[in-house]
Design a protein around this ligand. Structure first.
Ligand code: 5RP
Length: 223
């Protein structure tokens, strides 16, 4: 099966977990777009989008859009990922929406990650780690990253929805995602690191050619 079919399969499986009448957090990317396609207008009270792109897609479906500050409670966050390790820790930000994605994922009670099987890895780091940075700090952050053994590549001509810039960092093996995330987010000028160690997914739905596989992280959440 083609990767896009596997993404669609995972996205459609996530629809079953959407509590009716809830406020839903919605991620960014092609897998998430399949999820939005499957959402029906009356199912949710509204949604908090992680990017302008997602906001447009939700509005097109007639789904009410909330700002995070307006939403008292986000019951569920659904999003894709660039890499997932066996403990459901993630690399995200291939689409550049990592900061809002991390904020909404952290605010949400539950986080379902939807991916095709190519995203599964034993250890994070083959996919470059995206960092959103304050534009005036870009060169300074890049120097600091090189000092720490990474190879930062500036995503030219790309400005995030927050007005930030992106450095994609190659060459790191991320064996302790929580530590790496904390270290990176401690560098002045870094707005957000695309390592989701602290806020990992609670449930992972993987599209495979044999059907959707389900993995639950040990968080004591009832599904
Ligand atoms: C956007 C993301 C996406 O979830 C990630 O890049 C995966 O995208 P896709 O579903 O298109 O493979 O983190 O910032």
């Amino acid at each position: 099966m083609h990767r896009s079919e596997l993404k669609k399969e995972a996205a459609e499986a996530a629809l079953e977990y959407v509590p009716r009448g809830c406020v839903l957090g919605v991620g960014t990317g092609s897998t998430t777009m399949y999820f939005i396609e499957g959402l029906k207008k009356g199912w949710v009270r509204g949604a908090v989008p992680s990017s302008r792109e997602t906001e447009r897609a939700l509005r097109k479906k007639g789904i009410r859009v909330f700002d995070l500050s307006q939403a008292k409670k986000v019951s569920l966050y659904v999003d894709g990922a660039d890499e997932v390790d066996p403990k459901l820790r993630l690399i995200k930000g291939g689409g550049g929406a990592l900061t809002r994605e991390k904020i909404i994922a952290t605010a949400a009670k539950k986080f379902i990650c939807i991916v095709d099987e190519s995203k599964l890895v034993k250890r994070l780091g083959k996919f470059p780690v995206p960092l959103e940075v304050v534009p005036m700090a870009r060169a300074q952050v890049a120097r600091e990253i090189r000092r720490r053994g990474g190879r930062p590549v500036w995503r030219k001509n790309f400005i995030t929805d927050n007005g930030g810039e992106i450095l994609d960092v190659y060459g790191w093996k991320v064996s302790d995602p929580v530590k790496k995330e904390r270290e990176l987010e401690g560098i002045p000028g870094v707005i957000c690191a695309g390592v989701f160690g602290k806020r990992r997914a609670d449930l992972l739905l993987v599209g495979t050619s044999q059907g959707v596989e389900k993995f639950i992280s040990v968080t004591g959440i009832r599904w």
